[in-house]
Ligand binder design. Structure first.
Ligand code: AMP
Length: 284
């Protein structure tokens, strides 16, 4: 597996692949790779001849400086995992190359509305950081397709919306959430959990699954707001500090009502120093 740090060198590789008529896929990550990330790489390999994985801990999407400073950086482990698969190219851009004018003065790409709800309401500026860096990576690599996880459902929807609105010639592929055996969604942030917190952590997915069952049992004819309040209470009882637990329309994340059939239940909760997010789809 080759590694490139510089944009011109990466572009030269892409030009070469293009000249041979090869399809190119991009999998953007922040590193600290786990089986969830690797499932995205496998999906990319199934759809393209060449796969580029980027690792960049993007400062623009961290609204908390301490969170950015302590984010797990495990490059050598990540490299070994990617070599095992194997991936064609690892792209490790430098912060100064992506943000030559500094974070504050750089151009931003923002998706209005969708960026300000759910996670966006609790992490101001976070999604503008995500859409900005993903737009840059898509422009640098110019892949035929890019693969993202449904675990970050709101992020996936934002990226689809951005690609559509900006007429980016790329297919955005979403892949299902990889989970630990007890249901906890795999995440780089799970390392922040103490053993005791780790035992409690599956409660988030359990409450989401419970909400899903309730909605299906009532064929959607239940009071979603009651269900949300009940789930928040149960999460608190289990020692989590929920930010939101919300039944939304899968297409646009608007608040769902009984007439909506394609739903997603999304939740975010703190457990110790880890912020966990997860979601389940409900198609009635
Ligand atoms: P991150 O490194 O956390 O920014 O994630 C990089 C990509 O991996 C994003 O598209 C995430 O949605 C995706 N991802 C993270 N966790 C999982 C998981 N448990 N299953 C599938 N994809 C995931």
């Amino acid at each position: 597996m080759d590694t490139e740090h510089a944009i011109p060198a990466l572009r030269a590789r892409i030009v070469d692949w293009r000249a041979r008529g090869q399809r190119i896929a991009l999998v953007p990550t922040m590193g600290n790779l786990h089986a969830g990330h690797l499932s995205l790489v496998e999906a990319a390999q199934a759809r393209a001849e060449r796969v580029v994985v980027s690792i960049f801990v993007n400062p623009m999407q961290f609204n908390d400086k301490q969170d950015f400073a302590s984010y797990p950086r495990t490059l050598e482990d990540d490299r070994r995992k990617l070599e095992d698969i194997p991936v064609d190219l690892l792209f490790l851009p430098e912060q100064a190359a992506l943000y030559p004018r500094g974070l504050e003065s750089s151009t931003r790409v923002t998706v209005p509305g969708l960026s300000d709800i759910l996670c966006g309401a609790f992490r101001p500026g976070h999604f503008a950081g995500v859409t900005t860096v993903v737009c840059m990576l898509l422009n640098i690599v110019q892949p035929d397709l890019a693969v993202f996880g449904e675990k970050d459902f709101q992020q996936l929807l934002l990226i689809r919306r951005m690609a559509h609105d900006l007429h980016l010639p790329v297919e955005i592929v979403g892949m299902p959430t990889r989970r630990e055996e007890d249901g906890l969604a795999m995440s780089s942030r799970n390392h922040y959990l103490t053993p005791e917190e780790r035992r409690r952590a599956p409660a988030l997915f359990q409450m989401l699954s419970r909400a899903r069952e309730t909605i299906l049992q009532h064929s959607g004819a239940c009071d979603f707001r009651d269900l949300e309040a009940d789930a928040m209470e149960r999460l608190r009882d289990r020692g989590l500090r929920p930010e939101y637990f919300s039944v939304r329309r899968a297409a646009d994340l608007a608040l769902a009502g009984p007439e909506d059939k394609d739903l997603v239940v999304l939740a975010a909760a703190w457990l110790g120093s880890a912020r966990l997010i997860d979601n389940v789809r409900v198609q009635g």
